[in-house]
Design a binder for this molecule. Structure first.
Ligand SMILES: [Zn+2]
Length: 382
């Protein structure tokens, strides 16, 4: 099989489950983790005669890296794509069937982001096979755990992978995404004293205390949204998405915990967000509470230093499909971790984010072919 056959590659990859367990323990192990996809990609790259490198992040979870190094590279670029998908709950198409109807391929990961990975692999294979005289040096990296805690890309950047710029595969409808919000999540807990609910005066109700904290947070969130706005991304936001407290209706609760989701604009540091809210609440709320630090964060993506990259990729897109847009998006990606490591990064790929993570996820096969052609042209400057 030729690696230019993007449809066959995509069907093969969709048939290989790589579900991210996302902290859950109730997903069967025969569909979780990235190792099946890693082994397939490794075999394809070895068929090309290209050495590959694995970075083990956890059992069954390896980043896979390959390099195209022309004799006199014009510049260097990192092509990065995640191997994992979200779970398959509620899907109404066969998640790993790779069924093709009317030019669309259906299945979990078809759109997010095995299509983008196929476009990168196919363009990379063409570079290796045609070995054009003037071309970019390309580092191709397939990472793990993008859908949950970004472990793969964090390890990749810590390992010292560098290039002049980076393209991250995500569904953009062949447009260029140059910025997105970041996200950080953390918890706040209020303490109480438990007692029988028939004598509530003998205890301290942690849920009531949390009510006071929540009133303060609602005020903070409103101020935050009014504080500033990004022309492409809108304002920073904060939302309380989960609350947990109490053990039974007849017990005064001794603890209550909430989980906060804070979306960051470019320039905001994830570690500052919990401290800023904490300081506001200490001034405005008169009950005891504790801020529990975040376990992970994804910074915002900003297009600092990406002008040449955006122009070069835009030229390649226009050569193939005549037009494109340069946009910002609300969802987080691996690109911000790469950008934070000093590589100007944008997001590009086939498919529409509207079909990602859906019950009938699909991608238009023609877009995968076009994306592969665009990436090849980007590398050779045509
Ligand atoms: Zn994705």
């Amino acid at each position: 099989m030729r690696l230019s056959d993007t449809t066959t590659l995509l069907a093969d990859l969709v048939r290989l489950p790589s579900v991210n367990p996302m902290g859950r323990s109730n997903i069967p192990s025969d569909i979780t983790l990235e190792h099946r996809v890693t082994a397939y990609l490794e075999a394809k790259l070895q068929e090309l005669g290209i050495p590959t490198e694995r970075q083990t992040i956890a059992p069954g979870r390896d980043n896979l890296i390959a390099r195209f190094q022309p004799a006199e590279p014009t510049f260097s670029v990192l092509w990065e794509c995640h191997q994992d998908t979200v779970p398959i709950d509620g899907m109404i198409v066969e998640p790993f069937g790779a069924q093709i109807t009317d030019g669309k391929l259906y299945g979990r990961g078809a759109c997010d982001v095995k299509a983008g990975g196929v476009a990168m692999l196919s363009a990379f294979a063409r570079l290796v096979q045609e070995n054009p005289s003037r071309a970019a040096a390309v580092t191709l990296a397939f990472t793990v755990d993008e859908e949950h805690t970004f472990l793969g890309v964090q390890h990749l950047m810590k390992s010292g992978v560098r290039a002049d710029c980076a393209i991250v595969a995500e569904p953009t409808q062949l447009n260029i995404v140059k910025s997105h919000k970041g996200v950080v999540r953390w918890q706040i807990e209020t303490p109480g004293v438990a007692c029988h609910s028939s004598r509530p005066d003998q205890g301290v109700n942690a849920v009531y205390r949390m009510g006071r904290v929540l009133t303060g947070i609602a005020e903070y969130a409103q101020n935050l949204m009014a504080s500033r706005t990004d022309p492409l991304l809108g304002p920073p936001t904060l939302s309380v998405g989960m609350i947990q407290g109490g053990v039974s209706p007849n017990t005064v609760p001794d603890a209550c915990r909430i989980e906060i989701d804070r979306r960051l604009l470019p320039g905001e540091r994830p570690e500052d967000a919990p401290a800023d809210l904490d300081a506001f609440l200490r001034k405005t709320v008169d009950v005891p509470f504790q801020t529990i630090p975040p376990k992970w964060a994804c910074p915002a993506l900003e297009s600092r230093g990406a002008d040449t990259l955006i122009q070069r990729l835009g030229t390649a897109i226009n050569t193939v499909v005549a037009t494109h847009a340069v946009i910002g998006v609300p969802f987080g990606t691996d690109a911000s971790t790469i950008s934070s490591a000093g590589l100007p990064a944008v997001i590009f790929g086939p498919g529409d984010i509207a079909q990602a993570h859906t019950k009938d996820e699909w991608v238009e096969l023609r877009q995968v072919e076009l994306a592969a052609d665009i990436l090849y042209r980007f590398a050779v400057g045509k």
